[in-house]
Design a protein. Structure first.
Length: 164
């Protein structure tokens, strides 16, 4: 019985609505801003939120991500338009991956590593869930950045204090 793939498809679609609303608020003139020296810059955080749907095909089509191989690099983003275009492309790639993957493939292990250092190995279905959860987590983090810049925050699941 197919149950996980439709669930992930639904989650990806639902979260895309809130994610799109948040990313649309990222100001092109504040991309280098960061709230603290240890924090990511606005552009790095927003790019990460925008790239996360593309982790789905990386998970379904590959068995690992090895940072030591240099096959991962953040997309350079110079404007909100580029950010939004990047997000929409990655969302389509994530949706397409869920269309073509089988339920059996989701039980196979997937590993994140940096050479010999293994960060974790989990079934692909758990890593897809983690990618969707990371979207939610980092989207909320982005909301804090926007709040600190006095940019109204959209509500993800209902109206925010700025929308009432």
């Amino acid at each position: 019985m197919n149950t996980l793939i439709p669930y992930f498809q639904h989650q990806l679609l639902d979260e895309s609505i809130a994610t799109r609303k948040m990313l649309e608020r990222v100001p092109s003139d504040k991309l280098d801003w960061q709230p603290h020296p240890k924090s990511m810059s606005m552009v790095r955080l927003a790019t990460h939120v925008a790239e996360l749907p593309n982790w789905i095909p990386m998970i379904t089509d590959e068995d690992e991500l090895d940072f030591s191989k240099g096959n991962y690099a953040p997309q350079p983003i110079n404007s909100n338009k580029e950010l939004m275009d990047y997000y929409e492309k990655n969302l389509k790639d994530g949706e397409a991956a869920l269309e073509r993957v089988s339920e059996a493939e989701l039980d196979k292990p997937w590993t994140m590593r940096n050479g010999a250092e293994v960060y974790f190995t989990s079934p692909k279905k758990e890593v897809i869930r983690m990618a969707i959860s990371q979207t939610i987590h980092h989207r909320a983090q982005l909301g804090v950045y926007l709040r600190l810049l006095n940019i109204p925050i959209p509500g993800p699941y209902g109206p925010s204090a700025d929308e009432q």
